[in-house]
Ligand binder design. Structure first.
Ligand SMILES: Cc1cc2nc3c(=O)[nH]c(=O)nc-3n(C[C@H](O)[C@H](O)[C@H](O)COP(=O)(O)O)c2cc1C
Length: 168
């Protein structure tokens, strides 16, 4: 699929079939994250693959908008080290988006759960044993899709300026 088509057809999927995700597909998703751009190529991330039912259930209970993690076969938590980059959040977001797109290209459904700066970040970090001086950026929930939601975007001419802000 053309990359623009892939980007446009990716949706946040929150309902999944129970089929397990093969390790080969998990590795491809992780590879997509590993090859994300990062400031000065510092790669300030680590990825925690969430396979255990107990861990997914505990995290699902603590992440306010991520209850569906307990129903998914797989999750990937993206951890960032703020001391390792001047732009850790952007770096981790790029890795997260790369993994969402790779999951979609494999025919999987995925959803980004925002953890960074949320009221639940500390409790989620505790569950995952994330060191105090690192941050939990996101949890990506992954599974074979069991829904086909629609989405919309603002119009291009509404969000695009020419040469300076405000000039159409
Ligand atoms: C930083 C960030 C945090 C998000 N957090 C959540 C979340 O906690 N729970 C959730 O169900 N979706 C979450 N989403 C998914 C958005 O709701 C979704 O991307 C948006 O509604 C657009 O829909 P689409 O991804 O299907 O195009 C998050 C997305 C981003 C980029």
């Amino acid at each position: 699929m053309d990359i623009l088509e892939l980007i446009k057809t990716r949706r946040s999927i929150r309902k999944y079939k129970q089929d397990p995700i093969p390790e080969e597909e998990i590795n491809k998703i992780l590879e997509a994250g590993r090859w994300a751009p990062s400031a000065s190529n510092r790669q300030p991330w680590s990825f925690i693959v969430l396979r255990s039912e107990e861990t997914k259930r505990k995290l699902a209970e603590t992440l306010t908008w991520g209850g569906f993690l307990s129903q998914a076969p797989l999750g990937i938590a993206v951890v960032i080290n703020p001391r390792a980059s001047n732009h850790p959040v952007e770096d981790g977001a790029a890795a997260t988006q790369n993994m969402l797109l790779e999951a979609h290209s494999l025919g999987l459904g995925a959803c980004w759960i925002g953890a960074y700066g949320s009221v639940n970040e500390e409790s989620a970090k505790d569950i995952l044993n994330v060191p105090d001086d690192e941050r939990l950026l996101s949890v990506i929930v992954i599974g074979r899709p069991a829904e086909s939601p629609q989405s919309t975007r603002r119009k291009l001419d509404e969000i695009t300026f020419s040469d300076r802000y405000g000039r159409r």
